[in-house]
Design a protein. Sequence first.
Length: 365
Amino acid sequence: MRIAIGSDHAGYHLKVCIKEYLEGSSITVGDFGANGPAEPFDYPDAANEVGLKVARSDFDMGILVCGTGIGMAIAANKISGIRAALAYDEETGRLARQHNNANILTLGGRKTDCQTAIRIVKEWLSADFEASRHLSRIEKIRKMERSGHACDPLHDQPRLVTFDHPLIQHKVGIIRDKHTSVKVFRELVQEIAGLMVYEATRSLPLEAVKVETPLTTTTAYSLSGKKMAIVPILRAGLGMVDGILQLIPNAKVGHIGLYRDPETLEPVEYYCKLPGDIGERDIIIVDPMLATGGSAVAAIDLVKRRGGRKISLLSLIAAPEGVSKVHEKYPEVDIFTAALDSHLNDHGYIVPGLGDAGDRLFGTR
Ligand code: RB5
């Protein structure tokens, strides 16, 4: 059993006492601060550290202590996958596990003495989640997390994000223009993709890091090691990759090649090379046009079959038909687009659209 433990300054003494008890019980403890009671150490920083360690399974469970235990619970519960419960006696400690499957216990250093805290910890650690009727309730919490609208269950909807930023709209106007040259078209597609990726990466988790400025030591933030993969659908998707890599230079790039079977009109895979650890990465599938949605769904199918889990789709221009097709099968895939156009014509082209993005990128008309 590995337990991550953390406190703020107000919870420091109780944390030390709990840590001694855990280590005396042959439990592996990771201590993520505070380092003393005197210096202010903000509880959200400790909650973030410990919460991420538990959410990523670096540790099995976590214990967080602040003055009341309340701030730690509020902060840790912001992390997806964390169920942090404040307990103030043995019964609440046990129920936090039996009913709520709490993976983090929070305690109040100014409210609970050391012996009581140890009894609470013992109850919490030795109890088992009862599942049965409580399982569906935990599932509902997980669903709230996945929806991204935890405060409003009515909004458990597939997510389509369209960008109304003037810079993006201005550039989209230029690439729609049939007189725009291949060179300018190519440059603008990269630029728009780069701008869009800001929004697509908004929910990447951060972790607190200590940084020495020329003046003092402070807490700053760094991406918490979440790895990314960009997966262009060949060939037009290639036109967006460099723009994204300028912002996320460490992302790995996979490639998916699909063609349309002339008889069945279904997309057929002819190439697929993805990063070996695709299951651990946040994946952005990129294709400038989301038209019928056939290629996008086939690409998501492929990535999922190879173990991909957290997938979003980035398209410069989307048709409602394509958005519906993707979300019918994969409501959990967020779609980011710079423009949601009117419809598809009889040939499957987006109207008003911009023509064939591949031909316009590579000058192959
Ligand atoms: C710090 O003084 C105190 O506010 C904090 O430890 C905690 O009780 C917050 O919930």
